[in-house]
Design a protein around this ligand. Structure first.
Ligand SMILES: Cc1ncc(C[n+]2csc(CCOP(=O)(O)OP(=O)(O)O)c2C)c(N)n1
Ligand SMILES: [Mg+2]
Length: 275
């Protein structure tokens, strides 16, 4: 299925809102991780709008899809998407990282808000996703389980244990989207710990694996469609992205992995995003 122009426009608007919310949330909190979610915005919006069966209406339906954010530090983007899907009011985003808020700096599982798993300790998300996929199959649910991961998270050994077992059990209802922006917490991947060719690695582990430009929503949609018709193995979509995408002074700068914009930077960032 090809995206209609209307659907594509909707995805682009949702992705833009993710970037705006990310700037506003981290600025208001005075801390957080803006770079990752801004880079992931296009492929995550494509997933949430065109594929993921999760919204205010089916929240408690066991048959619905699940979303596990393995790279949990990028949760500003997840929270924006959940609010845009009508699961909770947009105003709740203003409580991000505040004491007592359900929207903490790393996801805290909350069935009422569509937060399917607590994450933040990198490496755990794919294992949980594989478990959910196996459980869905055993229960006869039509759920698809989507896991977001990253190049930095791919340095974790547990990712590869999960990749091994998911392929062993032929979990075709499991799909991982890997944010490959060539940056992790302390700098460029190649200099810190090179993970090399993730598509080839997932393929060698027995997965259906493709690589796309993570900002090309048609390409991401095509890869998600391909994953849905792959019926004998799990799927990995390696999404090449630019950290901080959409704001000139943030793009490709590892310094924006985990620092909030100050007043002046937030004003400039929002202006660049057309606010
Ligand atoms: C098990 C574990 N080790 C270390 C960390 C600290 N940490 C937080 S984010 C991060 C870098 C992750 O890389 P990536 O997701 O690629 O970062 P981004 O591209 O979003 O900047 C690290 C090492 C962690 N959260 N969990
Ligand atoms: Mg990264």
């Amino acid at each position: 299925m090809v995206l209609t122009p209307e659907r594509k426009h909707e995805i682009e608007q949702v992705a833009r809102q993710v970037r705006i919310d990310t700037i506003e949330m981290t600025h208001a909190a005075g801390c957080g991780h803006p770079g990752g979610p801004m880079g992931m915005a296009d492929f995550m919006a494509t997933l949430f709008i065109a594929h993921l069966r999760l919204d205010g209406g089916n929240l408690h339906d066991p048959d619905r899809d699940r979303m596990v954010l393995g790279n949990g530090h990028t949760c500003a983007g997840l929270y924006s998407l959940l609010s845009q899907k009508g699961i909770f009011p947009h105003e709740l985003l203003a409580t991000f990282r505040k004491l007592g808020s359900p929207l903490q700096g790393h996801p805290h599982r909350n069935p009422e808000l569509g937060i399917d798993m607590s994450t933040g300790s990198l490496g755990t998300g794919l294992s949980v996703g594989a478990g959910m996929a196996l459980a869905a199959r055993l229960n006869g649910w039509g759920s698809r389980i989507y896991v977001a991961s990253s190049d930095g998270e791919s340095q974790e050994g547990q990712i590869w244990e999960a990749a091994t077992s998911a392929a062993h059990y032929g979990l075709s209802n499991l799909c991982v989207l890997v944010d490959f922006n060539n940056i992790q917490i302390d700098g460029v991947m190649r200099e810190v710990m090179d993970v090399r060719d993730l598509r080839a690695k997932y393929e060698a582990f027995g997965w259906h694996a493709v690589e796309v430009d993570g900002h090309d929503v048609d390409a991401v949609d095509g890869a998600l469609c391909e994953a849905r018709v792959t019926d004998d193995r799990p799927s990995a979509i390696i999404c090449h992205t630019t950290l901080g995408k959409g704001v000139s002074f943030m793009e490709n700068d590892a310094g924006w992995h985990g620092v909030a914009p100050d007043d002046e930077q937030a004003t400039q960032a929002l202006a660049e995003l057309g606010v």
